[in-house]
Design a protein around this ligand. Structure first.
Ligand code: FAD
Length: 618
C-alpha cells in the first residue's frame, strides 16, 4: 500500500504526519476512538506480515489497567523524552495528545546511548523504522533520527500529535462540573485548546522548562505557577559541536570513531593539538552517524588565542554573545580539531547544514546546570485535580560528556508513567502517589550505567525493576503537601495554598490609613512618590519595594526595571504570591494601567501586604 510505504519511509516530521494522516484515511481510521485505534490499525495492516509481526509485538505491551474513564494526558514537547513517555502512556490505555511548538526535527547532533536505552529502543521496535540502529562500533543515534523513529512508533500506538502548537498555560476547570482542565495554546483557536485532560507532562527541554506557566481562571485572572529550580554553577565550560556531511565513501568509512577522549588519558594527543594548532581541549568525541559528529570542550584561553572570541569578558553571557563570536574562526577551530583527531579525515568534507541552512557548528556554555526541585505537582480547582509531571531536560539538565540526557530522560519518563499508572488506578491517595514520585526522583541524578540494575530485559515502568534501592521514606505524604495546590479560588486573598499559608491578621483598614502606611513604608525610597492607591503603583517597582523593605532577601531592587512595567509587575506579583501567599485581585495588565476606577481592587491587594506586615518594624 502506497500510503503505508510513504509513512514508513518518511524522512521528516512533516512528511511523517502527513503520510500517517493519509494512511488513516485510507484505512478508515480518521474518527476511530483511541481505545480501538491500535486494533483497527493492526487489522487494516494485517496483510503486511513483517509489519504485523511488529504490531503483534507492540500489542503485548498494552496493559489492561482497569475499567473506568480513560486518563487523558497532554504532553508538551516532542523531543526524545516527550515521545518516549507518549508511547509508554499509550500502552497504559490513556488518551494521549502530544504537542510541539515546532514542526521539524533538525538536530544532527548524535547522542551516545547507555546500554539499557539501546535495549529499550529495540524493544519498542525502533529497528522497524531505522534498521541500522546501533549497528556501528559505538551505540549512538542522531537526535533527529531518534525523534523521527519515536514519532512513528507513537503514531502507530495511537498518540495524537500536533505540531506548531505552543503551550502557554492552563485554563482552570469551570465551576459546577463544567469543563475540565484545558491548555492555553498558541494559536489560540487550535483544536488542542478544547482538549480536556487530567494529566499534564512537560517535556519542554532545558531552557524552555515549564517551570513557570500561567494558570488562568474563569475570570481571566492569570497567576503564575510552576516548579522551583535549583541551579548548579561550575567553572566556565564551553562545548563546541560540529557536523560534517557523511557520504559514506571508503575513505570516510576508515575514519575511527572516538568515544570520549579526555586530556587526562591522552595527554600527548591533546598536547600536540595545543602546540601545533593552538587548540586546547579538555575532551573530545567523534561519532560517525548520519553525519560525522564532533563535540569537544574548549578552553576560553585557546578560543581567545584563535580569535573565536573577539573580546574577553569575565561574564560568560557577554563572552558567548553572538556578536562576540567570529563565525569563520569558529568554523576553522572546529575543522582543525576534527581533522587533527581523525588524521585529516575531514579535510575535504563540507560541514552539514543546520535548520537555518548554515554550517552546523555551534558553541554552548554548559557551566551551569538546572534541576527542578520536585518532579510532580497537583493543582486542584473547582473539584478537578490535575497531575503535572516534569521529565527530560526540563526535570534534570544533563551533563553532555556523560551522555546522561537520554538515559536519565527515559528513566524519568518511565518513573512518571508509573506515577500516571497509579494515578489512573487510584490505588493510593494522591499525596501518597506524588510522595512516591518524589522519593524516586531523588535517585535519578545519582544513576550511572553501572549502578542501575543490569537485567535490562526485566525493565518496566515500575521503578523497582530498574533502581537497586530507593528510599521510600525520603518524602512522606505529609511532606508532599507542598506539591499539592488546592486553592479554591484564585480571586481572593483568603484562599491561599496550604503550603503558602502565612499568618496574617484579618484587620480591615480604611483607604486613607492604608495609603499612609504605604507612604511610611516607602518613605526612605524617595524615587517612589506614592500619592494614591492606584496610579502611583503602576511600574511594579513600588510593590517590589514594599516586599523588599520587609523581606529584602526576596527581591533585589536593582533587578527591577521600571521601564518594563509589565514584566516587572509580573515578577513582583509572582513573588508575592509564591513567597507570601498574597494573590492578585486584578490582572497584571490592569495593574500596570490602573486608574482611579481600580481603587477598590488595588486597595484589596495592598491590604494583604498591610495585614501581613503592619505589625512589623520597618
Ligand atoms: P528536547 O529534546 O529539548 O525537546 C523539547 C521539545 O519541546 C522541543 O521539540 C521543543 O520545540 C518543545 N517545546 C518547548 N517548549 C514548548 C512549548 N511551550 N510548547 C510546545 N512545545 C515546546 N544526551 C545523551 O543522552 N547522550 C549524549 O551523548 C548527549 N550529548 C549531548 C551533547 C550536547 C552538546 C548537548 C547540548 C546535549 C547532549 N545530550 C546528550 C542531551 C540531549 O540532547 C537531551 O538530553 C535530550 O535531547 C533531551 O530531550 P527532551 O525530550 O527532554 O528535550
Amino acid at each position: 500500500m502506497e500510503e503505508f510505504k510513504d509513512f514508513t519511509e518518511a524522512h521528516t516530521c512533516k512528511e511523517t504526519l502527513k503520510a500517517f494522516e493519509k494512511l488513516c484515511v485510507k484505512l478508515g481510521l480518521d474518527n476511530v476512538p483511541h481505545e480501538e485505534f491500535f486494533d483497527q490499525l493492526s487489522y487494516g495492516l494485517s496483510k503486511n506480515w513483517k509489519f504485523k509481526r511488529f504490531l503483534d509485538h507492540l500489542k503485548n505491551k498494552f496493559q489492561d489497567t482497569g475499567k473506568g474513564k480513560a486518563t487523558k494526558i497532554l504532553i508538551v514537547g516532542a523531543g526524545p523524552c516527550g515521545l518516549r513517555i507518549a508511547i509508554e502512556t499509550a500502552f497504559l490505555g490513556c488518551k494521549v495528545v502530544l504537542i510541539d511548538k515546532r514542526d521539524a526535527f533538525t538536530r544532527n547532533n548524535v547522542l551516545h546511548l547507555w546500554p539499557f536505552t539501546v535495549t529499550d529502543l529495540k524493544n519498542i521496535g525502533i529497528k522497524q523504522f531505522f534498521g541500522r540502529f546501533c549497528c556501528g562500533e559505538l551505540d549512538h543515534i542522531s537526535i533527529r533520527r531518534l525523534q523521527l523513529s519515536l514519532l512513528k512508533i507513537a503514531l502507530v500506538v495511537g498518540v495524537e500529535v500536533h505540531t506548531n502548537v505552543e503551550f502557554e498555560g492552563l485554563k482552570c476547570p469551570q465551576k459546577n462540573g463544567g469543563t475540565g482542565w484545558k491548555a492555553v495554546c498558541k494559536p489560540q483557536n487550535h483544536k488542542v485548546s478544547d482538549f480536556e485532560f487530567d494529566v499534564l507532562v512537560a517535556a519542554t527541554g532545558a531552557r524552555d522548562a515549564l517551570c513557570e506557566y500561567k494558570l488562568q481562571n474563569e475570570n481571566g485572572i492569570v497567576i503564575k505557577q510552576g516548579f522551583d529550580r535549583k541551579e548548579f554553577r561550575g567553572r566556565l565550560s564551553i562545548a563546541i559541536t560540529a557536523n560534517f556531511v557523511n557520504s559514506n565513501t571508503p575513505a570516510e568509512m576508515k575514519a575511527k570513531e572516538i568515544g570520549g577522549v579526555s586530556s587526562h588519558f591522552h595527554q600527548q594527543l591533546f598536547k600536540d593539538l595545543k602546540t601545533k594548532k593552538k587548540i586546547h581541549l579538555e575532551n573530545f568525541v567523534y561519532y560517525k552517524d548520519e553525519t560525522h559528529y564532533f563535540v569537544m570542550t574548549a578552553t576560553k584561553a585557546s578560543l581567545l588565542q584563535r580569535r573565536v572570541f573577539r573580546e574577553d569578558f569575565p561574564d560568560a553571557s557577554q563572552l558567548m554573545e553572538r556578536k562576540n563570536i567570529d563565525v569563520q574562526s569558529l568554523l576553522a577551530y572546529a575543522r582543525d580539531a576534527a581533522n587533527f583527531c581523525t588524521n585529516n579525515a575531514m579535510a575535504n568534507i563540507n560541514f552539514a547544514k543546520n535548520s537555518r541552512g548554515v554550517d552546523d557548528v555551534a558553541m554552548l556554555d554548559f557551566s551551569s546546570k538546572f534541576e527542578a526541585a520536585n518532579a510532580s505537582h497537583v493543582v486542584e480547582r473547582n473539584g478537578k485535580k490535575l497531575l503535572i509531571g516534569l521529565i527530560g531536560d526540563s526535570l534534570l539538565e544533563p551533563f553532555w560528556p556523560q551522555g546522561t540526557g537520554c538515559a536519565r530522560g527515559f528513566l524519568g519518563a518511565f518513573d512518571t508513567a508509573w506515577m500516571i499508572k497509579n494515578w489512573k488506578s487510584m490505588n493510593a491517595e494522591p499525596l501518597e502517589i506524588i510522595a512516591e514520585r518524589e522519593c524516586v526522583y531523588k535517585v535519578l541524578s545519582q544513576t550511572t550505567p553501572n549502578n542501575i540494575k543490569k537485567k535490562y530485559s526485566d525493565y518496566t515502568i515500575d521503578p523497582k525493576s530498574r533502581y537497586p534501592s530507593i528510599n521510600m521514606k525520603a518524602v512522606t505524604a505529609k511532606k508532599a503537601k507542598q506539591f499539592y495546590d488546592d486553592v479554591q479560588d484564585d480571586n481572593y486573598e483568603d484562599v491561599v495554598s496550604p503550603a503558602k499559608k502565612i499568618k496574617r491578621t484579618d484587620e480591615t483598614v480604611e483607604f486613607n490609613d492604608l495609603l499612609q502606611w504605604c507612604q511610611k513604608v516607602l518613605k526612605q525610597h524617595i524615587q517612589y512618590n506614592i500619592t494614591d492607591l492606584t496610579t502611583s503603583w503602576r511600574s511594579g517597582c513600588e510593590i517590589g519595594c514594599l516586599i523588599h523593605v520587609f523581606r529584602p532577601h526576596l527581591i533585589q531592587m536593582k533587578n527591577l526595571d521600571p521601564s518594563d512595567r509589565f514584566s516587572t509587575m509580573e515578577t513582583v506579583v509572582n513573588i508575592a504570591q509564591r513567597e507570601l501567599g498574597i494573590y492578585p485581585v486584578i490582572t497584571v495588565s490592569k495593574m500596570v494601567n490602573c486608574s482611579s476606577e481600580n481603587e477598590v481592587e488595588m486597595a484589596l491587594y495592598l491590604t494583604q501586604f498591610y495585614q501581613l506586615f503592619h505589625e512589623e518594624n520597618i
